[in-house]
Design a protein around this ligand. Sequence first.
Ligand SMILES: [Zn+2]
Length: 290
Amino acid sequence: MDKLIKTIATSGSFRAYILDSTETVRAAQDKHHTLSSSTVALGRTLIANQILAANQKGEAKVTVKVIGNSSFGHIISVADTAGHVKGYIQNPGVDIKKTETGEVLVGPFMGQGQFVSIIDYGTGRPYTSTTPLVSGEIGEDFAYYLTESEQTPSAVGLNVLLDDKDQVKVAGGFMLQVLPDAKEEDITRFEKRIQEMPAISTLLESDNHTQALIDALYGDDSYKILAEEVLSFACDCSKGRFRAALASLGKDELQAMKDEDHGAEITCQFCGKTYNFDEKDLEEIIDDQA
Ligand SMILES: [Zn+2]
């Protein structure tokens, strides 16, 4: 079971989220049949979205779009504040590794573009912010977004490790933020620690990676665990929702679908589930419009 652990330094200078997102990214790979680079790019986006959703006060729907101009195309993800996230990548088939090390490449295939967030508290006026992609590696782009757009100095590490068959082995990450009351000496100490901490991939390899991340972030500083929240990949699609989408089409279009195609098949982009509407279903939708 995936989880997000909310922690705070006892000094009140810093707070950190630590995530295990392994099952989430595994589910995404399973649903979208992504190859190596696409798995890592989509996985990192889902983890960034999980962090951003957990960071909202109150109930909200949080959309993250990583819009690049290279092979991946767009990566779209939506999370809620109850720990659910869903998402897809336009091109699931990017599979590029360094020959020598086998390292999966992401940044160059994201290209240039934007990191977009849309935060919707259900008031009908969602907040949208956009920052440019810094490297296309997604973790750095997300850290830049947090620092620029939300004006909170943040350190972010997130990654997805694959096994030798390119299946998800482990996925997770962290976000560390300076709190307004932080003392200068605390900031200096934490900055130094972040600079010197092992690479996120190394920490994710640990047997208990969430504890390894906590230890690396806090060092000798004491901390408190504030909350542990369950995370999962979950799609909220339903036949009713797609029926409503069909109902928004014109009568002629629906009639043509019924007469010529004898039905309609709709696949959810976020989870790959397919819904079938037969002639009778379409007839009902047409009748409802009358
Ligand atoms: Zn779905």
